[in-house]
Design a protein around this ligand. Structure first.
Ligand code: GSH
Length: 207
């Protein structure tokens, strides 16, 4: 049994999708970010970085933060959604690192400076919004050549990128001019595992 500590956020939905894809039993624990629950001592004991998601593996006692690390742990343990062979795996890692170092910060900061900053910061707003559009364009181009983001197979690279594309409105990103990414997003959104995970994660807003 897995325990997932999460909220209705781009990073939280990734392990939820993975757990549904591999059909493992899991329980969802709400960490209400709006009420600051990520700073409570009991949550900091799980992740001193004070961020969701966190996965707890009841079988091994493993407690893990960082969505990409969680995806890799589950993929390795259950031999799923990670192709074998160094080249195919390197393509997946390439996308995981690109997501963590480029897409995620660009989308997060674009959203912050557009919607949440207490004072207007035009330079920062423009810089991160442009960067969010630029990296979205790179993903679209990648998908003009291959069905999935790391090549011929659906993998954890697709799940990693899905999180922020699912929450793209926060960053002011639209798929209107990105037809390949639109196709990919619609295909992923229709997967039963993604539908189940999305319903569970969306329900946390109400919880
Ligand atoms: N690199 C981390 C980022 C985690 C992250 O930024 N989580 C956000 C929600 S998507 C969070 O918990 N924010 C709360 C805070 O910063 O106080 C990952 O991929 O898991």
């Amino acid at each position: 049994m897995y325990q997932l500590y999460a909220y209705a956020t781009p990073n939280s939905i990734k392990p939820a999708i993975m757990l549904e894809e591999i059909a493992q039993p899991w329980q969802l624990h709400t960490v209400n970010l709006r009420q600051g629950e990520q700073t409570r001592d009991d949550f900091l004991a799980l992740n001193p970085n004070g961020k969701v998601p966190v996965l707890q593996d009841s079988q091994t006692g493993m407690v893990l933060s960082e969505s990409a690390a969680i995806l890799l742990y589950l993929a390795g343990k259950h031999q799923a959604l990670l192709p074998s062979g160094p080249q195919a795996q390197a393509r997946v890692f390439e996308q995981l690192f690109f997501h963590a170092s480029a897409v995620s910060p660009a989308f997060g900061q674009a959203g912050f400076f557009t919607r949440l900053a207490s004072e207007p910061q035009p330079l920062a707003q423009q810089r991160f919004s442009r960067e969010a559009m630029r990296v979205t364009g790179l993903l679209d181009r990648q998908l003009s050549d291959s069905p999935w983001l790391a090549g011929e197979e659906y993998s954890i690279a697709d799940i990693a990128h899905y999180g922020w594309l699912w929450r793209r409105e926060f960053a002011g990103v639209s798929l209107a001019t990105f037809p390949h990414l639109r196709r990919w997003f619609d295909l992923l959104s229709a997967r039963p595992a993604v539908i189940r995970a999305t319903e569970k994660i969306n329900a946390l807003f109400i919880a």
